[in-house]
Design a protein around this ligand. Sequence first.
Ligand SMILES: *Cc1c(COP(=O)(O)O)cnc(C)c1O
Length: 218
Amino acid sequence: MIKQNLAEILSSIPDTVTLVAVSKTKPNEDIMEAYNAGQRIFGENKVQELSSKYESLPRDIEWHMIGHLQRNKVKYIAPFVSLIHGVDSLRLLEEIDKQASKVNRVQDVLLQIHIAKESSKFGLDETELFEILNQLDTFNHVNVRGLMGMATFTEDPNTIINEFSSLKQLFDRAKNKFPSSNLTILSMGMSGDYTMAIENGSTMIRVGSSIFGDRNYN
Ligand SMILES: *Cc1c(COP(=O)(O)O)cnc(C)c1O
């Protein structure tokens, strides 16, 4: 099933869009099934689960941290994580810079933008984004590669489309304002909304349940 799900998704999206297979809560066997089908990029949202999967699975997997990251946990993933999606404050960026410097890495990150109506979703607004982008010269061990956002959890496609398109417009404004930055990745779209995300400019989708099936939380 996992192999077929992956093949179906990959055949329905452009080659230019990167698929992050979101494997949170799923066992290593499921990840290996996707791996054996050729998938190499996996996303997790908890530091401990991410670290233990990294330890026990093949080393050519690119691990993405897609969840909310606490500053005191950055050190655990700094040696190996390939992209951190949810950077939502200058203080977190500073900590990532510090921990990446200790392990001699330049850490790729995305800045998370608040686009949803729900106040519970994390993220920066436009002013905060530009404040951070203005200070990028002070960081030697982080590379801000783009933006990430999550749409409102709703059945209403218009709300979702509006949110994705406003994030795309902000992404374009940021690139214009900071032409020397490396903003090339726009991470938006999950199982329920990745088609709309791609239609609105997404370059990276984070898909879990459509690949691995529903998750059981205890
Ligand atoms: C869980 C999660 C996803 C994947 O969600 P699905 O609906 O299962 O595709 C994507 N992004 C983030 C940030 C997540 O936490």
